[in-house]
Design a protein around this ligand. Structure first.
Ligand code: ADP
Ligand code: MG
Length: 174
């Protein structure tokens, strides 16, 4: 049985982009909790947060994580999924967790180029680079706590995929 692979990391680290490429390379199914949730709710994340608040969104995100977790899947998660201790433990127990780690400047550049506000409503109301810096400072330790592997996500997507595959291979061999 192939364990699910969970990609975690800050907004813009490439969970969706790298996840799709990794799933293709591994012959796995790709699922994105943000897309799954928006499709199931028939609402954007921004609308869910505006109507029901962050707490309600986080509860739905946990439901989404439970619903999509299955063998032979690459699962791109939302940036805040690791805020819940339950979710951190759940992912570590059910599969292999990979943290796509990138510096603030790289994340901010990507988010400024492709903000996708519907999917990424502001977390702090501050400008992007300030927000990325603040949020990463709070979450970096939680991404690391959840992760079995940490990879450099500032590289080109194909290189990130290769690094993840190498880490998985090493872990399988040991
Ligand atoms: P996440 O799902 O982690 O929020 P995305 O995969 O949506 O991140 O990527 C955010 C933006 O950055 C997208 O426009 C994507 O094309 C770009 N991007 C993602 N990964 C890389 C990468 N490794 N190198 C360059 N650009 C990237
Ligand atoms: Mg994404």
């Amino acid at each position: 049985m192939t364990l699910p692979i969970f990609l975690v990391g800050a907004r813009g680290c490439g969970k969706t982009t790298v996840g799709q490429a990794l799933a293709l390379a591994q012959g796995c199914q790709f699922i994105d909790t943000d897309f799954w949730l928006q499709k199931t709710a028939q609402q954007t994340i921004a609308d869910i947060v505006a109507c029901d608040g962050w707490e309600a969104f986080r509860a739905r995100e946990t439901d989404a994580l439970n619903a999509v977790t299955a063998p032979a899947r690459v699962i791109a998660t939302g940036g805040g999924i690791i805020l819940s201790e339950h979710n951190r433990h759940f992912m570590r127990e059910k599969g292999i967790v990979v943290y796509l780690c990138a510096p603030v400047a790289v994340l901010a550049d990507r988010l400024e180029a492709f903000p996708e506000e519907g999917q990424r409503p502001t977390l702090t109301g501050k400008p992007i680079s300030e927000e990325v810096s603040e949020v990463l400072a709070l979450r970096d330790a939680l991404y690391r706590e959840a992760a079995h592997h940490v990879v450099n996500a500032a590289q080109l997507p194909d290189q990130v995929v290769s690094d993840i595959e190498a880490a998985l291979q090493l872990a399988r061999a040991s």
